[in-house]
Design a protein around this ligand. Structure first.
Ligand SMILES: Cc1ncc(COP(=O)(O)O)c(C=O)c1O
Length: 414
């Protein structure tokens, strides 16, 4: 046996074709990545194994809101790595309370449940909402329902994909957990009609990211807040992708001055370094969880808490929200100029855009590959839609340069 059998099986790590072939053989095919093998990242730029540079316009689905390896975040991580990394919640650690205090201040809510991935935060919120329904609202046992929106994306667990309306995410993974009612997104009357004595919560994304950056009408989120309050139902807002500066405010809900009962955060909360998610809620609602009823070995570990606190400190400056707001206008104006020239429609808020490309030019995937060849990394979503969500640290010239390249690629046609 050689000293490094796994290295041999993976092939030459500096040869992109060898790496892609090895991944194809050895890694489950649950993704279809663009054919680029990234080896380094700094700020808004990544470099492949051959030294080619690309502007990262996906930013890890908004996990990299502060760019790759933001110095303040890397420093916080290094400091914590040299001190203490994991205790489990069997013991207290000296970083978790500060993280929770930061989240309370940032969100205007009271109490944090620390978790790791986004889907875990969603699962946790579902459990909290159900418990609240039985203990506080008085819903008969096992009858609690949660109202969700069509075209939602909340993660990949069996419960969550059970209420997905996307056949690719949903089909083939049943039997599905009961207790969810799907209503159309951005349709207040339909939502209100679905609320009754057994409804525990409404769970929605304030902007639907995976669906193609779907921004609801002004007033919808406030309407959801008012309707849920009137009906005695919790409002659980999934800001795992929309939150933490992306839309030009700390939270997408801030655009309408709305505070939910349960707020779900993830992705950028880990600064692009580690998975960190959280449910942040009102004291009254979060009090339904008691020792032993929920948990996570890694949730709230000191490394995650230290990095999460450093993320909160960056957001507390307001700089990133301001950049997203200001540069978001540059992005929207640039896409406006391309509308009718390969772009059919574009939507978005802050530094976050969903762009419907004229299908005559190609699929979203084909366009992503052409953009990759020109040094831009984007991700397609359904059909001929691509989305752009660069790190919030992007400079204006980098953004306008990217828009110029997009215009050129679109002008080349099919
Ligand atoms: C709104 C939303 N919720 C939940 C998730 C799931 O997060 P994770 O992939 O960390 O489980 C995502 C991921 O894209 C998301 O966009």
């Amino acid at each position: 046996m050689s000293a490094h059998p796994s290295t041999e099986a993976a092939g030459d790590p500096t040869d992109p074709a060898a790496v892609i072939a090895a991944e194809d053989r050895l890694v489950a095919h649950n993704y279809r990545p663009l054919p680029v093998v990234v080896a380094r990242g700094e700020g808004v730029w990544v470099e492949d194994v051959r030294g080619n540079r690309y502007l990262d316009l996906l930013a890890g689905y908004s996990a990299l809101n502060f760019g790759h390896r933001h110095p303040a975040l890397v420093e916080a991580a290094h400091r914590q790595l040299d001190t203490l990394t994991l205790t489990s919640r069997a013991f207290h650690n000296d970083r978790l309370a500060a993280f929770a205090a930061g989240l309370a201040e940032l969100t205007g809510l009271d109490v944090t449940l620390p978790m790791n991935t986004g889907a875990e935060a969603v699962e946790s919120a579902i459990k909290i909402a159900r418990k609240w329904a039985y203990e506080v609202k008085g819903v008969p046992r096992d009858r609690a329902r949660i109202v969700v929106a069509a075209d939602n994306f909340h993660g990949r667990t069996t419960t969550i994909v059970g209420f997905s309306t996307d056949p690719v995410a949903h089909d083939g993974f049943g039997p599905y957990a009961p207790g969810f009612t799907v209503v159309p997104y951005n349709d207040l009357p339909a939502l209100e009609a679905a609320l009754d004595d057994t409804t525990a919560a409404v769970l929605i994304e304030p902007i639907q990211g995976e669906a193609g950056v779907i921004v609801p009408d002004d007033g919808y989120l406030r309407g959801v807040r008012e309707a849920t309050r009137r009906a005695g139902v919790l409002f659980a807002a999934d800001e795992i992708q929309s939150g933490l500066g992306r839309t030009g405010r700390t939270l997408a809900l801030d655009h309408e001055g709305v505070r939910p009962d349960l707020l779900l955060l993830g992705k950028a909360l880990g600064g692009g370094l580690v998975p960190v998610s959280a449910v942040v809620g009102t004291r009254e609602v979060m009090a339904v969880l008691r020792p032993g009823e929920h948990g996570s070995t890694f949730g709230g570990n000191p490394l995650s808490a230290a990095i999460g606190t450093a993320v909160i400190n960056l957001l507390a400056t307001g700089e990133y929200q301001e950049r997203a707001e200001r540069l978001g206008k540059v992005l929207a104006a640039g896409l406006g100029r391309l509308t009718g020239r390969g772009v059919l429609r574009h939507r978005g808020r802050g530094l976050w855009a969903g762009i419907d490309i004229d299908p005559a030019i190609g699929t979203g995937r084909q366009l992503s590959e052409r953009l990759m060849a020109r040094g831009l990394l984007v991700k397609d979503t359904h059909g001929s839609t691509i989305r752009i969500a660069p790190p919030l640290t992007i400079e204006e010239e980098e953004l306008t340069g990217a828009l110029d390249i997009l215009g050129e690629v679109l002008a080349e046609g099919s």
